[in-house]
Ligand binder design. Structure first.
Ligand SMILES: [Fe+2]
Length: 301
């Protein structure tokens, strides 16, 4: 059914037939409204009304006093978004490893969903990614780090483009691990020296994979290569230290370590948020203390 609604009533998920203004002001017609960019562009356009088609998209709110979405519904929505995101991430990471074409649009949708989530939804994302399945651990870790990096970037007042870059970097930072055998990644006993060196080569492996795709921004490459560096130079692969490690990489090192500490792994129970924070806070020779504090302030135990 076609319905004409004031532009202020549009929401993501609606199918837009037309925006009542000139094509020069807003030219797109007949599309599913699923990006914040289009949503903002409609609101900024001179149009007063938008025609939507409920046969292809979401219905109109019954009235302006429509009850707000319940917490349970919001959590279900967050879970569904994460399930979609993990599938998209999985297929694209595997594509990168096997040398296929990277579907940047698919990844951008994941980045948008995460970067534009409100605080409550972000909190649900965080809860849900902590309840990860073991065989999905690597993908869920990547998703969790993307979420944390986006949240921290927003809290630091970085601009939206930079926040999106941070989310994308989090999603891709460990892609090099997919080139290593599961025997190493899931080994329950201590690694041999050879295995340890192989594991520690994952940043370079990931960087080599990503650099083949011209569309990947250099900040993302940098974060992939250096997310295991430490402020005192004890990290790898380059042993960079202090000011050689820029803000975006520092954000990655803090979020990556935090997610690992708060997630149970073979032979290691998870730590609570507060314990993880104090562990990192005490290691200011490795981690940027200001960033640890900012991240801690964002997450409730
Ligand atoms: Fe890593």
């Amino acid at each position: 059914m076609l319905i004409r609604i004031p532009k202020a009533d549009i929401k993501r998920g609606m199918f837009v037939e037309a925006v009542e203004c000139s094509a020069a002001a807003f030219g797109k017609r007949r599309f599913l409204l699923d990006s914040k960019k289009d949503y903002d562009a409609i609101l900024e356009s001179p149009a007063e009304f938008v025609v939507i088609n409920t046969a292809f998209g979401a219905e109109v709110s019954q009235q302006s006093g429509k009850p707000p979405v319940s917490r349970a519904e919001k959590r279900d929505e967050a879970a569904a978004t994460l399930t979609r995101s993990i599938e998209a991430l999985k297929s694209e990471l595997i594509n990168i490893v096997v040398g296929g074409t990277l579907d940047m649009e698919k990844l951008t949708k994941v980045v948008e969903d995460i970067a534009q989530a409100d605080d409550e939804t972000s909190a649900f994302f965080f809860d849900i990614t902590r309840l990860r399945q073991k065989d999905e651990a690597m993908f869920q870790h990547s998703l969790a780090v993307g979420i944390l990096m986006g949240k921290l970037g927003t809290a630091l007042d970085l601009n939206t483009d930079t926040v999106a870059l941070l989310v994308l970097s989090g999603l891709l930072h460990d892609v090099g691990k997919l080139t290593l055998s599961k025997n190493i990644l899931q080994k329950q006993t201590p690694l041999t020296a050879v295995e340890r060196n192989l594991l520690r080569s994952h940043p370079q492996r990931g960087h080599q994979l990503l650099i083949r795709h011209a569309i990947i921004p250099h900040e993302v490459l940098d974060i992939c290569l250096h997310h295991h560096e430490a402020l005192d130079g004890s990290g790898y692969p380059s042993g960079k230290s202090g000011s050689e490690i820029g803000l975006l990489v520092r954000i990655a090192t803090v979020c990556n370590a935090f997610d690992k500490l708060t997630t149970a792994r073979a032979g290691k129970p998870d730590q609570g948020v507060a314990d993880a924070m104090s562990w990192m806070f005490e290691r200011d020779h490795q981690f940027d203390r200001k960033l640890v504090l900012r991240l801690g302030a964002l997450i409730d135990d």
